[in-house]
Design a protein around this ligand. Structure first.
Ligand code: NAP
Length: 395
């Protein structure tokens, strides 16, 4: 059953994109496969869904009893039990999103069933449901929304070793597939970490995508080190707020570029200098940097290059096919490198985030929406009305 809350969106099946020649079609497939492979997480969320038989409901009720905290602690779930899930049947704006009743997923032997408490909203969500990332997401419907989540383990398959029923956890689903905005998700344990008791479910849900992105950018793509001069453009967004804190922990001198309302927060996270992008044209800065991280999608490599020291790195976050090819070619011939983020979640990364969260990492959650307001949530966040992280709570 679909909850419509003022539904007026179009319902017609969208026209399939035409590809003018077989050559072009093959080329698109090849680029799509290449990009999807690049986008797949390292051996964790990456693989295809585990093959094998789903557990029948009767067997599922026996699955968890691995330790003292056995079945019965949480309300029992059956495969046929309906749950709420946000889905869409065509690309479009947030009006395509609908809360529907779906069967609660059945888990396989290496999976866990998570009762979802909170799900974070990310720009990747709307880029996917608007159809801007078809090469990575594919065009098969219905699709789910929401990548990172927090919740409680409701069931665990017999192959699960690190978690028990009742554990509070956080984690993420396949980045371009989503589906976390649901009462329950089935997930492999490699995609989970234990939620530190010191943070809320809302904060934990806000961590995985943006926290892992910041870790990958700071530690791998830019390899930020002690004394490096780092410019972070878009420093108060989801990725930026963690990138500022991580770069400071690595001993860098951080210049944070924010909107007018972001200066106090960026300074509180440790930024040495804070610039307001409405008053200062970043491209005209006299300083030169070891690393420039653009999280606003507004600074081009050409503009950033002038601000880079001779051996330095520019990191951007839009993995378009053309951008990937151009950056590959540039990097062959220049000491000023252009790295493009393609998120590769790892279990190690999730555990690092849990450790950081226990060690004073600040995780501000700006706004919390109930599931029934999911369209409003995406409308406001995608229009930049929410500064920092927003989450949807399920219960
Ligand atoms: N490729 C991947 O695998 C991957 C993974 C994760 C994220 N991403 C991408 O990374 C980007 C950042 O993600 P996010 O979650 O941090 O997004 P976000 O929360 O929307 O943050 C964007 C930031 O850009 C700032 N901004 C807007 N206009 C600006 C300008 N002219 N100059 C400087 N800053 C400006 C915003 O500041 P105000 O709010 O003050 O306007 C905001 O802080 C997104 O495009 C996202 O899709 C990519």
């Amino acid at each position: 059953m679909e909850q419509r809350w003022g539904w007026r969106g179009p319902r017609a099946t969208p026209k399939r994109q035409k590809i003018s020649s077989i050559g072009q079609a093959r080329q698109c497939c090849r680029i799509g496969l290449f990009l999807r492979r690049l986008a797949l997480p390292f051996g964790v969320a990456a693989g295809p869904p585990l093959q094998g038989k789903s557990y029948p409901a009767a067997a599922k009720s026996r699955l968890p009893g691995r330790t003292g905290r056995g079945p019965g602690l949480l309300r029992p779930t059956k495969t046929s039990n309906p749950m709420r899930k946000v889905v869409y049947d065509q690309f479009g704006d947030e009006q395509v999103l609908a809360v529907r009743e779906q069967p609660t997923p059945a888990i396989e032997k290496n999976q866990l069933l998570i009762e979802v408490k909170a799900v974070s909203l990310n720009p990747l969500d709307w880029k996917v449901y608007r159809g801007e990332m078809k090469l990575m997401s594919g065009s098969k419907f219905p699709k789910g929304v929401g990548i990172d989540f927090s919740g409680v383990v409701a069931q665990a398959g017999p192959g699960v070793t690190r978690f028990r029923v009742g554990d509070a956890v956080f984690g993420l689903l396949e980045v371009f597939k989503g589906g976390a905005l649901a009462d329950y998700v089935a997930v492999t344990e490699a995609n989970l970490a234990l939620k530190p008791a010191s943070i809320s479910f809302e904060q934990a849900a806000a961590l995985p995508v943006t926290g892992l992105a910041a870790l990958q950018i700071v530690d791998q793509l830019a390899a930020v080190g002690k004394g490096d001069e780092v410019l972070i453009n878009g420093a108060t967004g989801g990725v930026g707020m963690f990138a500022v804190q991580l770069a400071k922990r690595r001993g860098a001198q951080v210049t944070a570029v924010t909107g007018p309302a972001g200066a106090t927060a960026a300074a509180a996270w440790g930024a040495d200098t804070v610039l307001d992008y409405t008053r200062q044209d970043v491209a005209q800065l006299p300083q030169r940097f070891n690393t420039i991280i653009d999280l606003s999608d507004k600074l081009s490599f050409a503009a950033a290059k002038k601000l880079l020291k001779p051996r330095a790195t520019f990191v951007s976050t839009l993995p378009s096919p053309l951008g990937l090819v151009l950056s590959f070619l540039r990097n062959l011939f220049s000491t000023k490198k252009h790295r493009i983020l393609i998120l590769k979640p790892t279990t190690e990364g999730l555990n690092t985030l849990a450790t950081l969260a226990q060690d004073q990492l600040q995780i501000p959650v700006e706004k919390v929406y109930p599931l029934v307001n999911v369209r409003q949530a995406y409308q406001e966040t995608s229009q930049g009305k929410v500064k920092g992280k927003a989450v949807v709570v399920l219960s």
